[in-house]
Design a protein around this ligand. Structure first.
Ligand code: DX5
Ligand code: ZN
Length: 211
C-alpha cells in the first residue's frame, strides 16, 4: 500500500508540534522533515533542535531529508535527535560510504536522494547498502513547486536493477499526478503543499494513497 509522508515545510512554523500531530491524525505514514542549510540549497529551514522538539508529538516514522553539505558531519546528531530514516544527497557528501555507515551504526534507516538531473548510475554502488531512494520531482530548496514529469520512469528502472528498498517521490506530488507516480513503482509519496494547504487534508491523504 502506498504511504504518504507530509512535509512539515508546508506546516505552520509557529505551531509545528500541532502540524506533526495533525498529520498523524489525518492518516500520514511518515513525517517528512526538510533540513536545508543555505549552502547546498538556497534556503534555510531548521536543524536537529527542531527534530528533537517535535519527536514527542508523534510516534510515526520521522523521515529526515538532509539538503546540507557534508552530511557526514551531522547525521549522527540527527539520529540522536529522533530521526528514523535519514536521507541525503550523495553529491553533497565528501564520503558517501562513511555517511551511510554512521547512520546504520545508529540503528537507523538510510537513503540517498536523486535530483531531477541526476542519473540512476550515481546510486548503483550503494543499492545494497541503503534502505530508501528518494527521487526528487522538483529541484530541492522550496515547497510548492511544479512536478517535473521527466523523472517518471526512474522508479521502474530502480526496481528493474534490483533495488529492494522503499522508493519515495519528493516534490510536486498532487492528487492529480499521484496515481501516475505510484504506477511507476513509487512506495512513498511526500506531500507538502498538497496536504497542508488542503481544505480536507485527511481526504487528500486518502486520495494520494488511491483510496
Ligand atoms: C523540496 C523538499 C520537498 C518539498 C515538498 O526541497 O525536499 O520535501 O517540501 O513540498 P511540495 O509537496 O509542496 O512540493
Ligand atoms: Zn524533502
Amino acid at each position: 500500500m502506498t504511504k504518504v509522508a507530509p512535509s512539515i515545510l508546508s506546516g505552520d512554523f509557529a505551531k509545528m508540534g500541532e502540524s506533526v500531530s495533525n498529520a498523524e491524525s489525518w492518516g500520514a505514514d511518515y513525517i517528512h522533515c526538510d533540513v536545508m542549510d543555505g549552502v547546498y540549497v538556497p534556503n534555510i529551514t531548521f536543524g536537529m533542535p527542531m527534530i528533537k522538539a517535535l519527536r514527542p508529538y508523534s510516534s510515526l516514522t520521522f523521515d529526515v531529508h538532509l539538503m546540507i553539505t557534508e552530511p557526514e558531519k551531522y547525521v549522527e546528531q540527527f539520529c540522536d535527535a529522533g530521526a528514523d530514516i535519514v536521507t541525503f544527497h550523495p553529491e553533497a557528501s565528501k564520503d558517501v560510504d562513511k555517511a551511510i555507515d554512521l547512520i546504520k551504526n545508529k540503528g537507523k534507516k538510510v537513503g540517498l536522494v536523486l535530483n531531477p538531473d541526476k542519473h540512476i548510475e550515481l546510486l548503483l554502488p550503494y543499492l545494497k547498502k541503503i534502505d530508501m531512494i528518494v527521487i526528487m520531482g522538483v529541484y530541492p530548496g522550496f515547497g510548492g513547486q511544479r512536478f517535473i514529469p521527466d523523472v517518471l520512469g526512474k522508479a521502474k528502472v530502480l526496481k528493474r536493477v534490483g533495488f529492494k528498498g522503499e522508493i519515495e517521490l519528493d516534490g510536486g506530488v498532487t492528487e492529480e499526478n499521484a496515481a501516475k507516480i505510484v504506477a511507476d513503482g513509487v512506495d512513498v509519496l511526500v506531500g507538502g503543499s498538497s496536504v497542508f494547504r488542503s481544505s480536507d487534508p485527511a481526504s487528500t491523504i486518502r486520495r494520494l494513497k488511491g483510496q
